[in-house]
Design a protein around this ligand. Structure first.
Ligand code: KG4
Ligand code: ZN
Length: 334
């Protein structure tokens, strides 16, 4: 088969990103423009501001990516784009850019679900072999997904309330870490000991997760200590939260590995960058004697390389869209 160069576009939250990937495996060039500095002062992403900045950035990021790759649109075989889930205004900017490019240059348009993108970030480092179990941990998702075949997704369970990254960011706010707090809380946790007692999130037999109770327990604990005139030890609170949250992820993943006799685990999403997640998953997979992989840190958080990679496999499996493709803020992975 002829080599296929896919141009991917990602704009579902506060990163404007364009990437070119060859055959779903080899990154040619990627540009990510992050709006973190803009949203930091608000303590989180402001959707309207995010959309406006995507409008400003998208053509610049596209030009930069083509220049970096030393390519023109003539060298591109298809356009892959995140159509959802995410912030609707943000998604629309990337989608309109992709539709315009596909229309003007007469290229196929490939719709990519954001979570399929996170999963296929792994393909940029290792050939993905099936069946596999994907643990997706990000700011918007906490999912266990069984893939019996290439580009076939079966959700075993997911979060019933807050996603793990969301809980990290909210707990970070309580201990006054700037947005996005996840990576900073991760670092702080290494300086403390898990001495605070926090509730185990969801003691059940499902593959679901729940982090809002744990998050509320941290907030209440911080407020109670404050009312008693006692100072919280931020490092210890960070370590305590991280321990309970990651243990929960590991326990549910272990259950799915055993129940479905999994031999291959992949981890994806922004929280896959977490040091404790990486360490505990490594221990788990060694104990269970199964293969595993993580994307490198740069492919864990939102980027278009993962969308271009997923786009290749989506196209191979007949996913093709026309100009009626629309963004979806909420959509299940099929
Ligand atoms: O995948 P992503 O870029 O966006 C979504 O699709 O949601 O993930 C962003 C999330 C944020 O909540 C961020 O705080 C979290 O990933 N994150 C981390 C770490 N690095 C990023 N959380 C914990 N530890 C980290 N090292
Ligand atoms: Zn994401």
């Amino acid at each position: 088969m002829k080599d296929m160069y896919i141009l991917g576009i990602e704009s579902s939250c506060d990163e404007t990103s364009v990437s070119i990937v060859k055959n779903g495996r080899e990154e040619i060039a990627t540009v990510v423009s992050s709006q973190i500095d803009i949203h930091k002062s608000y303590g989180g992403v402001v959707p309207e501001i995010a959309s406006r900045n995507h409008v400003k950035n998208i053509t610049i990021v596209l030009d930069e990516c083509l220049t970096k790759a030393k390519m023109t649109m003539d060298d591109i075989d298809a356009i892959a784009v995140t159509y959802g889930p995410g912030l609707i205004g943000s998604l629309l900017i990337g989608l309109e850019a992709a539709k315009t490019l596909a229309f003007i240059h007469n290229k196929p348009l490939i719709p990519v679900h954001h979570i399929a993108g996170h999963i296929y970030a792994n393909s940029l480092v290792k050939e993905m072999t099936y069946p596999l179990l994907a643990l997706v941990v990000s700011g918007g998702h906490t999912d266990l997904i069984l893939m019996e075949e290439e580009y076939k997704f079966k959700k075993l369970g997911g979060t019933l309330d807050d996603a793990i990254g969301e809980a990290y960011d909210k707990v970070s706010r309580v201990i006054e870490l700037p947005y996005p707090g996840g990576p900073k809380l991760d670092k702080l946790a290494h300086e403390g000991t898990p001495s605070y007692k926090l509730p185990i999130p969801l003691k059940d037999d499902s593959y679901n997760f729940s982090f809002s109770g744990l998050k509320s327990a941290v907030i209440n604990l911080a407020h109670n200590e404050e009312q008693r005139g006692r100072e919280i030890i931020k490092e210890d609170l960070a370590a305590s939260f991280q321990k309970v949250a990651v243990t929960e992820i590991i326990n549910k993943t272990r259950k799915a590995i055993k129940d479905f006799k999994i031999n291959n685990l992949i981890v994806a999403g922004g929280v896959a960058a977490n040091s404790e997640v990486r360490e505990q998953v490594t221990i788990l997979c060694k104990e269970e004697e199964i293969e595993f992989s993580f994307p490198p840190i740069k492919y864990c958080t939102d980027n278009a390389a993962m969308i271009a990679a997923a786009g290749y496999f989506a196209y191979k499996h007949g996913k093709n869209a026309d100009m009626s493709l629309n963004s979806k803020s909420v959509d299940s992975l099929k």
